[in-house]
Unconditional design. Structure first.
Lengths: 383, 534
């Protein structure tokens, strides 16, 4: 195959860096509200019928939404194999916790209402809470660690060696990032519940959403200030080859300076944090004013801004190494080969529009609020 | 056996993969059976077919969700426990996984929600299309995962890059149309269809024995027996195709399955049963059938099939060659940017055997320092566990033929004996329910255990593929998975049994009204709006 020679390796790497961002944002925008609904479940819905209403708002869509996450994992494996190898093995026990939570969640949705027993149902409700809250927290904690650099190095054979442990991941800055993630996804889940339910569940969700939007802004700003003042950045010191074979050890990297330097050299990226804050502020106003559709859109903008700000600030770094900066993974030295990136791009160009089209159609078919009557009338077929 | 990180990681992978594959075959087959039933409903308008669709779809849903949930573990585990593997072959192996997500997972997962929640939200035809999309999505996902697995068995379309220290793709076309992958795909999905058919057959037989839901049960048996018989034949034929392709791609696996230690004169005989012995390096008490193995393996009477001992000698040569490749690789690495064309040429000449040098890493840090004994030991390591493969394969094949017989029997009774089934045959169908799962698990065991000591055949040894984890970490997650999965299994089984006992939801008034109209129409007084195709 020679077609791929028509696209520069460098360009393909940037495109796949962008697509990685698109997938993570896609995941946060769709599955994000499922996680938020799970985390809110015990608090916005008290009776069995209320809980079934809340669960059934995400019932028909969570499976499709979760594929954004699965595809995110697959795309990291295929387009950024070193990132996949280092992060999944390095964050080993954290990954196991995410897995356990993500396995509980589908089973919880599907099995909860299949028996009448109260103990059975309330046990699954807590499983759904864990399945929403824990991944939301750990994803944020992971991002917080990535920003600080992770204690790994690569051997000459490019075998990833990880020196940290689970508790090392739970440092103060990472926990703050974890809370930003929880607040953001709770805001998103609340916006979804307000849109899809009515009565007491919507009312409670509105209150939680209002606070979550404020907390998101406060914690995000705090995390930004802390990043500027207390977190070391990483930078290339030697020559940077952007279209060479992928081997992170071939470039030289130094720890020091501030991530905020990115905003001096590329001022336009400030649009991301501004969007993050303004979106959450609009969502706050939307919750207050009862504008359901606008609140959802504002919440989406905020999430897009917050996630983009991390990637844009760190570019071209993807996963810096805190103990041997030369092992750091960057856009220029951690990708798949030229041909693989091209093949994957072709398949993404073919399938992503199709996916977006049928996903939109499914949401359109399911448009409208879920009510207690819907749940009770179709008790056998819904969750 | 001492449990180190390699053994524990293998155990965990085997456990989670085999557990995952408890749910996958039923998903593959039942999605299609449900879609067939719904299609009949759309064409005939008869309420019974919608009730059948909904009933089997409920069981499909209980099973599907665990397939999805345990599938996430599979995707994560490569990175978590097999990070050197992920680095070394991610460039090739990752692509089909990602395409699987794009092409298959989104399709099945997006529409499976509508399949359950959308009955009142769209027309009958649209809903049937949605059900078919779920079935097609599930089956596409099997295609891509088997392209990925097929590459591990027969790594085509890739070469080693000494700068990035990994395998890189040279031809996506070769990876995609890998003959091993294509044969495996049809063999695996057909096995899924057989599993679902035997399941539907067994549950329906149980209803007939109990005298419950006989209308639903008879029709379900008709669907399951005809769909299942075609699938069971396909499993056997494509299984044979897999065997044929293994003759030139995985000679060692085939020889081990056969317990064939010495190269025989063509055409080779087939060891029907016997007792392979790894210590003595021979298969004792073998019951031999002449000519058959040669026919299966080579489809000729003259081509020779190599035995295990000759293949070990061949492996020893390749190890020596691999050591040269390793030496050249170290030269290139030491020279960095100043690597000469001679160094590269020397490496490329021997690079196909680099993986064989890595087999020595179990015994010595630098393969170049290996002793003669270590080389001989590493060469014998290329022989997988012969007795295990020998028996797993024979159980699978025997079950495969049994499925053809059972399904053919029910097909004949359903077609030509007016759907009358003797009670013994119904009991047989009930007892048969678990057997397709045994066959499927045996099949995966043969495929994966038979590839040892490699994760990627001839390219990367299993012992080198693992992550740098501690025994404690892996033991902890292994214990976690065992506990967690056992609980989920009990819950799943209890719900399955509950919903099978409960039976289908029958709308009596609706069925009566339809029957009334149907009878009216037959007696010529009918209202023309109801026109069943039957």
């Amino acid at each position: 195959m020679i077609l791929h020679e028509f696209m520069d390796f460098e360009v393909l790497r940037v495109i796949w860096w962008l697509l990685l961002g698109v997938l993570l944002i896609g995941f946060a925008l769709t599955d994000g509200f499922d996680l938020g609904v799970g985390a809110l479940l015990p608090f916005v819905a008290k009776t069995d019928v209320e809980r079934r209403v809340a669960i059934n708002t995400v019932g028909p869509v969570w499976e499709g939404n979760q594929v954004w996450f699965i595809l995110g994992g697959g795309a990291i494996f295929a387009a950024w194999p070193p990132l996949y190898a280092v992060s999944f093995s390095g964050f080993y026990l954290a990954m196991f916790l995410i897995l356990a939570a993500l396995i509980l969640r589908p089973v919880g949705f599907k099995y909860r209402s299949k028996r009448e027993s109260e103990t059975w149902r309330s046990a699954w409700d807590w499983a759904l809470f864990v399945g929403g809250f824990v991944p939301a927290l750990i994803f944020g904690v992971a991002v917080g660690n990535v920003l600080q650099g992770v204690p790994f190095y690569l051997t000459e054979d490019l075998m990833p060696m990880y020196e940290g442990n689970l508790f090392g991941l739970l440092n103060p800055y990472a926990l703050l990032a974890g809370l930003v993630s929880v607040a953001m996804l709770v805001m998103h889940g609340a916006a979804w519940l307000v849109l899809k339910t009515e009565g007491i569940v919507a009312h409670r969700a509105r209150i939680f959403g209002t606070y979550a939007a404020l907390v998101t802004i406060a914690l995000y700003v705090l995390a930004g200030l802390w990043l500027a003042a207390g977190v070391d950045a990483y930078a290339f010191t030697g020559e940077v080859v952007t279209d060479g074979h992928s081997n992170p050890l071939l470039s030289e990297v130094e720890k020091g300076g501030s991530w905020m330097a990115a905003y001096a050299s590329r001022p336009w990226i400030a649009i991301a944090p501004i969007l993050g804050i303004a979106g959450a502020a609009l969502a706050f106003l939307g919750f207050k004013a009862g504008k359901e559709g606008w609140t959802m859109i504002a919440s989406k903008l905020s999430i897009t801004g917050i996630i983009s700000s991390v990637g844009l600030t760190m570019f071209p770094f993807i996963l810096p190494s805190s103990i041997e900066p030369n092992s750091s993974l960057t856009v220029w030295d951690s990708s798949s080969s030229h041909l693989t990136l091209f093949v994957m791009l072709v398949s993404a160009v073919i399938f992503v529009p199709i996916i977006l089209a049928y996903t939109a159609w499914v949401y359109k078919v399911l448009w409208g609020k879920v009510t207690a009557e819907d749940v009770l009338d179709n008790s056998d077929s819904v969750y | 056996m001492e449990l180190d990180v390699v053994e524990l990681s293998r155990l965990q992978f085997a456990m989670t993969a085999m557990y995952h594959f408890l749910f996958v075959p039923l998903t593959l087959g039942l999605s299609i059976i449900v879609a067939i039933m719904e299609t009949v409903y759309v064409m005939t308008n008869r309420p019974i077919w919608r009730q059948m669709t909904k009933f089997w779809a409920t069981l499909f849903g209980i099973n599907f969700v665990l397939g999805v949930a345990t599938g996430i573990t599979m995707e994560f585990q490569f990175g978590m426990n097999w990070s050197y593997y992920s680095h070394y072959v991610g460039d090739i192996f990752g692509a089909p996984l990602a395409i699987e997500g794009l092409m298959a997972f989104f399709l099945e997962a997006t529409f499976v929600g509508l399949m359950f929640f959308g009955w009142d939200k769209m027309s009958k035809v649209t809903h049937a299309v949605v059900t078919w999309l779920v079935a097609i999505g599930s089956n596409f996902s099997a295609l891509w995962i088997l392209i990925a697995n097929g590459w591990m068995q027969n790594p085509v379309g890739a070469e080693f890059n000494p700068v990035s220290m990994r395998m890189e793709m040279t031809s996506f076309f070769e990876v995609m149309f890998n003959e091993v992958a294509q044969a495996k795909f049809v063999h695996t999905v057909s096995a899924g269809y057989v599993t679902a058919s035997v399941f539907v057959l067994g549950v329906s037989a149980w209803y007939l024995l109990k005298g419950r839901h006989t209308e639903l049960a008879r029709r379900s048996i008709a669907v399951a027996a005809s769909f299942g018989l075609a699938s069971a034949l396909s499993v056997v034929i494509l299984g044979d195709e897999s065997g044929y392709s293994a003759t030139h791609t995985q000679k060692m696996k085939l020889a081990a399955i056969e317990g064939m230690w010495e190269t025989e004169e063509a055409p080779a005989h087939f060891n029907l049963i016997g007792a392979p012995n790894m210590e003595e390096r021979e298969t004792q008490f073998a019951l031999k059938i002449p000519v058959v193995m040669g026919l299966i393996g080579t489809r000729s009477l003259t081509e020779e099939m190599p035995g295990i001992n000759d293949l070990v000698d061949e492996a020893e040569d390749r190890i020596r060659d691999g050591i040269i490749a390793y030496d050249a690789l170290m030269d290139i690495r030491a020279a960095k940017a100043d690597a000469t064309p001679e160094m590269t040429a020397r490496f490329e000449e021997h690079s196909d055997d680099l993986g064989f040098a890595f087999l020595l890493k179990r015994y010595v840090e630098d393969p170049r320092d290996a002793t003669e004994e270590q080389i001989a030991q590493a060469a014998f390591d290329t022989v997988p566990g012969v007795p295990q493969l020998f028996w797993a394969f024979r159980i699978m094949v025997a079950l495969g033929f049994a499925f053809v017989a059972v399904l053919a029997y029910f097909f004949v009774r359903a077609s030509f004996y007016n759907m009358r089934f003797p009670r013994w045959s119904l009991w047989m169908a009930v007892i048969a329910i678990p057997t397709p799962w045994i066959a499927a698990e045996m099949g995966w065991f043969v495929a994966e255990f038979g590839r040892q000591p490699w994760t990627v055949d001839g390219v990367l040894p299993t012992a080198l593929s693992v992550s740098n984890l501690s025994v404690t970490q892996v033991a902890l997650t292994l214990a976690g998975f065992v506990t967690f999965y056992s609980i989920l299994f009990i819950i799943e089984m209890s719900l399955m049994v509950k919903y099978i006992r409960k039976g289908p939801y029958m709308d009596v008034a609706e069925t009566d009204a339809w029957t009334q109209k149907h009878n009216d129409r037959l007696s010529g007084r009918g209202d023309s709006s109801v026109q069943p195709a039957e």
